[in-house]
Design a protein around this ligand. Structure first.
Ligand code: AMP
Length: 192
């Protein structure tokens, strides 16, 4: 089963992706985590994306499309994958369709976690205060505002892109974590 988790920053995509990994044996593919790992290693890629990420902008499409193109074919994705943080704009969604076609893969569902902006801001502030080793470089009010506006302008249209194909399922991301998981399972059991 191959899934996309869509939703604004702080909506709980990472939390739900990890729970889905445990429940269904799928592999979480988080472009944000992969880019942060590149920064931590101070690789050439990390140096290229560090400032872009810190200010809350999107890194170039070819970088993330390249990363995902390699990962979806890896053996650890044989039982399926959960895309977390990708695609972030319609061009990435189109590139994903091409890559899936090329490898004879399909998408079973696109799950959108709906959350309102005020709740997001308080969730991110909480995450920033609780993260061991200090907050992420982009967990501050200025970068968060930027990430929310990027979401509205560039990522929200991705939901419309998938709505047309009937794959988009919206779940209330403001419910408690267990309840969100339960709702996701209901949606996936229907999609299966
Ligand atoms: P995330 O951990 O998904 O919130 O992503 C953190 C940051 O990584 C984003 O604000 C972007 O700068 C970058 N990023 C992650 N995924 C993508 C993507 N699919 N396209 C472009 N930039 C991305």
């Amino acid at each position: 089963m191959n899934l996309i988790l869509l939703g604004p920053p702080g909506a709980g995509k990472g939390t739900q992706a990890k729970l889905l990994e445990e429940r269904r044996g799928l592999k979480q593919l988080s472009t944000g985590d992969m880019l942060r790992a590149a920064i931590a290693e101070a690789s050439a890629l990390g140096r290229e994306v560090e400032a872009i990420m810190a200010r809350g902008d999107l890194v170039p499409d070819e970088i993330v499309v390249g990363i995902i193109g390699e990962r979806i074919q890896a053996p650890d994705c044989a039982r399926g994958f959960i895309l977390d943080g990708f695609p972030r704009n319609v061009a990435q969604a189109q590139a994903l369709d091409e890559m899936l076609d090329e490898h004879g893969l399909g998408l079973d569902a696109v799950i959108e976690l709906g959350v309102d902006d005020q709740i997001l801001i308080s969730r991110i502030e909480k995450r920033a205060s609780e993260t061991v080793g200090g907050p992420r470089a982009d967990d501050n009010v200025e970068a968060l505002r930027k990430r929310l506006s990027v979401y509205t302008e560039q990522t929200a249209p991705v939901a419309e892109y998938y709505r047309d194909s009937g794959k988009l399922k919206t779940v209330d991301g403001m419910a408690p974590v267990d309840e969100v998981s339960r709702q996701i399972d209901l949606v996936l059991n229907k999609a299966a």
